[in-house]
Design a protein around this ligand. Structure first.
Ligand code: FES
Length: 157
């Protein structure tokens, strides 16, 4: 295993074991539930959005290391970002883990998210494993639903 791959695995395991921003923040303006019916894993994303800016974010859930790590890393990059920026980051993330722009409502979004986003590249290895792509994107799809105020449960299937 290459050193880089090992490092990536360490980062994912660290976030999987010690997720950041786990729990429900004090002030929540929107939330959404996501579910992967193939494995039963679930995530709830909580957001506090004020005047189009994400002021606070947290999550709860039960899932594999990749789904928890992805949710944890996502929460680290959202705070202080505008809803518009986050939409672009979602497209960029989706492209990162799939190389596919198909279901992101538009093309590859370019360099949104800046340095913060670079940390998420540790998840790019999942693109080789279609089942794992769902683990990595569950939190992002659920967060998008929360931003849109969509109270239907998000499903990966
Ligand atoms: Fe269930 Fe990863 S195995 S989300």
């Amino acid at each position: 295993m290459s050193a880089l791959r090992e490092l990536y695995q360490e980062v994912i395991l660290d976030h999987g074991k010690t997720p950041r921003n786990f729990g429900k923040p004090e002030h929540v303006t929107s939330e959404s539930n996501g579910h992967n019916p193939l494995c039963g894993d679930t995530v709830t994303i909580y957001l506090e959005v004020k005047e189009g800016i994400v002021e606070d974010v947290g999550f709860e859930g039960r899932g594999c290391a990749i789904s928890i790590a992805s949710a944890s890393m996502m929460t680290e990059v959202l705070r202080g970002k505008s809803v518009k920026e986050i939409g672009a980051m979602f497209k960029r993330f989706h492209h990162l883990v799939t190389d596919d722009d198909a279901d992101t409502e538009g093309g590859f979004a370019g360099d949104f998210g800046g340095e913060d986003f670079e940390k998420l590249t540790v998840l790019s290895g999942v693109k080789e494993f279609p089942m794992r792509v769902k683990c990595a994107t569950l939190a992002w799809h659920t967060m998008q639903a929360a931003l849109k105020g969509d109270d239907q449960e998000v499903s990966t299937e």
